[in-house]
Design a protein around this ligand. Structure first.
Ligand SMILES: Cc1cc2nc3c(=O)[nH]c(=O)nc-3n(C[C@H](O)[C@H](O)[C@H](O)COP(=O)(O)OP(=O)(O)OC[C@H]3O[C@@H](n4cnc5c(N)ncnc54)[C@H](O)[C@@H]3O)c2cc1C
Ligand code: SF4
Ligand code: SF4
Length: 501
């Protein structure tokens, strides 16, 4: 391993023990003070509710430590996924997946990586992507391997929350991705000690948080049998749903329900609609997500600050992880396609059974291509994270201990500007949207964000021009490909890594 000083931005740091925290007090205090709390709620479960996790003024859950004694806070710190006291994802995966044959710096440990979908078109329509997450959860129930599934589903206020489903009906009616802040406290307290077995579905940090909780809670460890991860770009505050609904014509105080992923035949799988139902009329309004302010995930509007400090894309501590196979060859299929990373032999068998009896279509995918399915996401969590860590260190701000090094090495000025501008866009969205809501004026939000988004997009454009100068040409569907001269240059230099950014 190279010493950290020789590492480039985006590289993983040499492993360091995290257990001894030099701060002298539980690092969860810094997590909360610095708004790095993701609101998962496991600290509340671990402390018997002494740590309260509530929805904050920015529309997401966060822990309240206030005047709690240090001994209580230390218990919370011992399970928090962002605290320096807890082992990182590599260490957790090393402990759990001792027989996985392969390991990749982006994907983590794995038995197999595949792409595919369920074969039933009717099922596919009601799912976000290839429908395999809810399919697998249903299989675990049907085969009696669990008694219930802990997952996120529709609620009234807030719009989504963690719940349990004990039958396929509950699973079926709570599918698709819910880009919305949730917390596990209530559901985990409810199921703890009920004698039933569960599968847990969550974004990577929630899965890791539940693993930490299980490591200190035998009862829960014996109950939660399977961990199903969702590939994650970032989590959104409830303002995200409100802002999109408002743009379709449903004001924040009139939202009955929303659907973040409405598939439309004939369009690309990434070109889905957002829809909202007006509680006063029952009317459904929908618009293409990409046409809405905030619909571009690269802009990072309403992203939780915790996600600025996350380096787990593929749910490295989950038994199996599902995401979208964002590859050019699958984008044309509007029905959606999953990327699947399996780390558990029993779950691998279930997938194989599904293929054998014709309910699943799956084909193998290499780890490098799996990373390409999340190209922007990987940049955000590797080079982007390096820069954010270095920026915060330069300002003297606390940051959580991460596997990625703090560095500017190898980052050009254009990329640096994009990373910093994106962070500002997120902050601005949290300032502008509440002001627009208070004034009852959507225009204030649109105008307030448009100018900053335009400035941000100029940075991309500038970088694109740079690429053209450097010998890239742009492909009509927005994928950068190198020109012939660039390919020749690469072949001479033999440095091509297959990525075209
Ligand atoms: C916040 C968030 C960010 C994501 N970012 C990316 C990304 O950057 N790249 C990518 O490839 N994929 C991302 N995904 C995953 C992707 O959106 C799909 O959820 C995934 O591909 C599974 O699709 P599916 O058709 O198999 O799931 P479905 O069959 O539709 O089932 C989805 C299952 O997930 C559960 N679920 C939905 N939302 C949540 C939630 N917030 N927490 C816990 N459980 C939930 C549902 O209850 C349901 O059981 C993200 C998901 C979330 C929730
Ligand atoms: S355990 Fe979860 S809710 Fe508690 S402080 Fe950490 S991130 Fe926040
Ligand atoms: S980006 Fe990371 S921290 Fe944010 S929700 Fe996803 S897994 Fe959690």
């Amino acid at each position: 391993m190279l010493p950290d000083s020789d590492r480039q931005a985006g590289d993983l740091a040499a492993p360091t023990p995290r257990a001894t925290v030099a701060l002298g007090f539980p690092s969860i205090r810094m997590v909360v003070e610095n708004d790095v709390c993701v609101g998962c709620g496991v600290c509340s479960v671990a402390t018997g509710g002494d740590i309260d996790v509530t929805m904050n003024e920015k529309g997401y859950y966060s822990a309240q430590l206030n005047s709690l004694p240090e001994s209580t806070v230390a218990v919370g710190s011992s399970v928090c996924p962002f605290a320096d006291e807890t082992p990182d994802e590599t260490a957790v995966a090393d402990r759990l997946f001792t027989s996985t044959p392969s390991e990749d710096p982006v994907v983590g440990r794995y038995i197999s990586i595949q792409v595919g979908r369920v074969t039933s078109d009717q099922r596919l329509l009601g799912s976000s992507s290839g429908g395999m997450t809810s399919w697998l959860a249903g299989e675990l129930l049907d085969k009696g391997l669990v008694d219930g599934v802990i997952h996120v589903g529709s609620a009234t206020e807030p719009l989504f929350e963690y719940m349990t489903s004990g039958d396929t009906e509950g699973l079926e009616s709570n599918r698709k991705s819910m880009y919305y802040s949730t917390t596990v406290t209530e559901v985990v307290n409810r199921i703890r000690g009920d004698g039933l077995r569960y599968a847990f579905v969550g974004v990577p940090c929630f899965v890791t948080a539940m693993r930490h909780l299980g490591a200190s809670d035998e009862v829960l460890a014996s109950q939660v049998k399977y961990f199903i991860g969702l590939v994650c770009g970032h989590l959104k505050s409830s303002f995200f749903a409100q802002s999109l609904a408002w743009q379709t014509g449903v004001a924040p105080d009139r939202i009955d329900s929303v659907d973040f992923r409405v598939k439309r035949e004939g369009r690309q799988s990434s070109d889905y609609d957002f829809s909202a139902i007006d509680s006063s009329t029952g009317t459904e309004f929908s618009r293409p997500t990409n046409s809405l302010i905030g619909g571009n995930w690269g802009h990072g509007l309403f992203q939780l600050n915790a996600c600025n400090f996350c380096d787990d894309i593929f749910g490295e501590t989950a038994d199996i992880t599902f995401g979208d196979a964002w590859l050019p060859r699958f984008k044309d299929d509007w029905r959606g396609t999953n990327v699947v990373v399996c780390r558990d032999p029993q779950l691998a068998e279930l997938l194989q059974d599904g293929v054998s009896d014709g309910r699943l279509l799956l084909e193998p995918l290499g780890a490098e291509e799996a990373a390409v399915t999340q190209e922007g996401n990987v940049r955000h969590r590797r080079v982007g994270l390096s820069v954010r860590l270095a920026d915060d260190a330069a300002e003297g701000s606390w940051t959580p201990d991460k596997r990625v090094v703090a560095s500017y090495e190898g980052v050009d000025d254009d990329r640096l500007a994009i990373i910093r501008s994106r962070r500002k866009l997120t902050e601005r969205s949290f300032e502008v949207f509440p002001r627009a809501v208070a004034a009852g004026n959507l225009g204030k939000y649109i105008m307030g964000m448009s100018i900053h988004i335009a400035r941000h997009d100029v940075l991309y454009f500038r970088r694109s021009l740079g690429k053209i100068k450097r010998g890239y040409v742009v492909f009509v569907r927005g994928v950068w490909v190198p020109s012939i001269s660039e390919l020749r240059r690469r072949s001479r230099a033999s440095t091509s890594n297959g990525q075209a950014d």
